[in-house]
Design a protein around this ligand. Structure first.
Ligand SMILES: [Zn+2]
Length: 469
């Protein structure tokens, strides 16, 4: 399957491009991370989940991955919230960084290789501003430092936004700072009372938000790296400003591929606290929703499509996961057939090919999941009609393991066992034994007991199989 090449839709070129890494066999990417002043909501997590699918897919296709995700632990919101809570900025943001990692684990989002905190990279940020100053890209207003957009002619190449010419040259009082041009943005904010600030060679103050991503990306990944990701709302101005800062300083291309995840709506409406449709992961779990069901729903729609998060959708995702678990359990517990059965190794190879082709097509998770459900239907049909050989079963489990290295949705332990599976299996075997010995009172009693636990036993030609209702 080496002929399947990974393709990504590059926002920079507006085309689907085959992916190649700059360093052979090593994919390096940067991900705009959370601002750590509250719990992650499902819109944020959709984007982080898309990045998880990206890193897992890169690994499936043979790349070693270095992913950097920043933690914004200083900006207006973190400062205000820490002041309100009456604790230091560090202490305040520590709590939400901890909570963020817990949420990632809950959703089985793999850890990135680096999680730089903005406040740990102040010297690198000051250095970057100094380089931009020396290159004539900045001006000072008060004690703050601004980027002069007119010095970077490529500005706008990512967003393709044509800014109103009339704005240029107008003095707009925005952000409480004086700018020469409304498009200009702050690199370094002058120290203010009741705000943390750092003494640096460019003066006393704190970094602007855009600056931190450029400084940390280039510190950890170099001037040019493979992929930069984020949500569509990051494209302008955040990513445009990152490009202006990074390329303005280095003279080299910044990221080669730009990938952006679309918005998430809830019940067809934009998520907003005022509408009562704003959900953090924690709230959904408190309402009794399984994290894996949430993971399944969030990734079932390809990342460049808007995702409509609904409670009906959660229910459908729950049923889809239940079908997967039931089929795996059936496959595991059905005795091996002597002949091959109704599936061949070629069928399994075809599944893996379709699965990879889906992901290779700009991480089309809907296609990959469709391939999975198709093969699961084949498995059920084969088990209905005489079972499968040990060889085919083993090949299937290998293929499922490969698929789940990207999807991350299969039941926790082994291939399909959840907590009480072993106990149920033991009862099913005891029932088989009782029937053999014509002890029907015992076998019926076991069947009834299992029924109260919502377990159904089906007697199939190769032997009994059970599933949850
Ligand atoms: Zn960023």
């Amino acid at each position: 399957m080496d002929d399947i090449r990974l393709h990504f839709y590059n926002t920079l070129t507006r085309t689907l491009e085959p992916f190649e890494s700059l360093e052979e066999g090593h994919a390096r990417f940067y991900t705009c991370g959370p601002t750590v002043y509250n719990f992650s909501h499902i819109g944020n997590l959709r984007t982080f989940l898309f990045e998880d699918i990206l890193r897992r897919t890169l690994k499936l296709f043979g790349w070693r991955v270095t992913q950097v995700m920043n933690l914004t632990d200083i900006d207006d919101k973190t400062i205000r919230s820490a002041n309100e809570a009456g604790v230091s900025l560090r202490e305040f943001t520590d709590r939400f960084i901890q909570a963020f990692f817990e949420d990632l684990d809950t959703l089985r989002i793999e850890r990135a290789e680096h999680y730089p905190r903005a406040t740990d990279y102040i010297p690198q940020m000051a250095e970057l501003v100094k380089t931009l100053e020396e290159g004539g890209h900045t001006y000072r207003s008060g004690d703050s430092i601004y980027y002069r957009i007119s010095t970077f002619p490529a500005y706008g190449k990512l967003s393709r936004i044509r800014l109103d010419k009339n704005l240029a040259g107008a003095r707009v009082d925005s952000d409480e700072y004086e700018k020469e041009d409304a498009r200009d943005f702050v690199l370094w904010k002058a120290a203010k009372e009741n705000e943390p600030s750092w003494e640096t060679e460019i003066g006393s103050g704190r970094p602007g938000w855009h600056l931190e991503c450029s400084a940390m990306a280039m510190s950890l990944l170099g001037e040019t790296f493979d992929i930069h990701t984020g949500g569509v709302d990051n494209i302008f101005p955040h990513h445009e400003n990152e490009i202006a800062q990074s390329e303005g300083a280095s003279g080299e291309p910044f990221a080669r591929f730009w990938l952006h995840a679309e918005h998430l709506n809830v019940e067809s409406e934009k998520m907003a606290k005022s509408k009562g449709n704003f959900f953090t992961l924690r709230e959904l779990i408190e309402r009794g929703h399984d994290p894996l069901v949430i993971r399944y729903l969030l990734m079932s729609v390809p990342y460049r499509q808007k995702l409509n998060f609904t409670f009906d959708g959660l229910h459908a995702a729950e049923q889809a996961l239940e079908r997967i678990a039931n089929t795996l359990r059936r496959l595991e517990h059905t005795p091996d057939a002597i002949d091959q059965g109704a599936m061949s190794l070629a069928d399994i190879k075809a599944f893996l090919r379709h699965f990879r082709e889906g992901l290779a097509d700009d991480l089309n998770t809907a296609k990959a999941l469709a391939a999975l459900h198709t093969v699961l239907r084949q498995v059920n049909t084969a088990l209905d009609s005489g079972g499968l050989s040990a060889e085919i079963k083993q090949a299937l489990f290998g293929a499922f393991k490969e698929a789940d290295s990207v999807l991350g949705i299969f039941p926790e332990t082994g291939t399909s066992s959840t907590g009480d599976d072993d106990e149920i299996q033991a009862l099913v075997e005891e029932r088989t034994e009782a029937r053999k010995n014509k002890d029907f009172a015992r076998s019926d009693a076991i069947r009834d007991e299992l029924a109260t636990r919502n377990i159904v036993i089906e007697d199939t030609p190769p032997g009994p199989v059970w599933r949850r209702q």
